[in-house]
Design a protein around this ligand. Structure first.
Ligand code: NAP
Length: 280
């Protein structure tokens, strides 16, 4: 039987996981492409992660996504990790191979870069300095995505100095660490500003950042998608900067995972955007 005739399962493993929009995205694509299968929520406590992962082949799963808090731990538990995920230090996607082994991948860097290209087809990473605010897990994917697109200069600033410093050492000369107090001035001459902190999320205060020195030509990106317009995005839009929210990253990171599981390359249509918007 061809893959189109096989019932396939996929899902997102997290704790908690009920807020995830991934089922909306993947189940839309399953229906749209006339496939047989389902994408389900997999609430798995950290202490059960290994058992849950090992059960995937027996349960008929083509694979799964991983979200908080499993992305780093899962990397240590799978049989094989691809090079990009190894560099990022986390996996967000597992593919169950035909021999039932588990391969870990990370599609967040791809998702981030594609989201910029969708918003601005002419975007180039070497257009000028990029300022990254935040040095957590998502920042690692964003920075590696930018480096692989030949970014010329990356200025990394984080509330906790040590994380920005360590990351700049790890990622080489293109990435310089900027003390938190220097973040406002670091925007001078920048072509791209990215918020990778949780500041501006629903329930969190706005990111404390003055945009005065940021060129109006700079692209302002916030990887947060709830709300879709963070205070940073609103402020940037009002002063004339082009903006990108985190929804494009969320949708685009799902594409390679879906293709790996279901063998079909899915698209991001206005219909899908509409469906996701309705979940807010
Ligand atoms: P994380 O590893 O926990 O990192 C959190 C970052 O936020 C750290 O740099 C932390 O700084 C900073 N931070 C926290 N509180 C702060 C404060 N009061 N002031 C300044 N900085 C503060 O989290 P993550 O996994 O990287 O996720 C970060 C954000 O990205 C979340 O909002 C998440 O929803 C979003 N995200 C979006 C996508 C997408 O597809 N669009 C994908 C992944 C993540 P310290 O080091 O000083 O603690």
């Amino acid at each position: 039987m061809g893959s189109g005739h096989t019932y396939k399962l996929a899902g997102v493993m997290g704790w908690p996981v009920s807020h995830s929009r991934s089922p909306v995205i993947h189940n839309h694509w399953i229906a749209h492409h006339g496939l047989k299968g389902a994408y389900v929520l997999l609430p798995v406590e950290p202490k059960n992660l290994e058992q849950a992962l090992r059960a995937l082949p027996a349960l008929g799963f083509a694979g799964c996504n991983l979200t908080i808090p499993h992305k780093v731990e899962a990397l240590r538990l799978v049989d094989r990790v691809d090079h990009l995920a190894e560099r990022i230090g986390a996996i967000n996607t597992i593919v169950v191979e035909t021999d039932r082994s588990l391969t870990g991948r990370n599609t967040d860097a791809f998702g981030y870069i594609e989201s910029l290209r969708d918003a601005r087809p002419q975007w180039r990473a070497d257009a000028g300095p990029a300022v990254i605010v935040g040095a957590g897990g998502a920042a690692r994917a964003v920075i590696i995505g930018l480096i692989d697109q030949r970014a010329s200069e990356i200025r990394l600033t984080n509330r906790s100095w040590a994380k920005a410093h360590d990351m700049s050492q790890e990622f080489g000369a293109k990435v310089s660490a900027i003390p938190w107090e220097g973040r406002h001035d670091a925007l001078a001459g920048a072509a791209l500003l990215v918020n990778t902190t949780n500041q501006g999320m629903q329930g969190e205060p706005a990111l404390d950042l003055r945009l005065d020195l940021l060129p109006v030509s700079a692209l302002v990106s916030d990887i947060i998608y709830a709300p879709m317009e963070t205070p940073l995005i609103a402020q940037a839009r009002q002063r004339g900067n082009a903006t990108v929210n985190g929804l494009g990253m969320l949708l685009n990171q799902a594409r390679p995972a879906f293709e790996a599981w279901f063998g079909v390359s899915p698209g991001i249509t206005p219909e899908l955007f509409h469906l996701i918007r309705e979940t807010f």
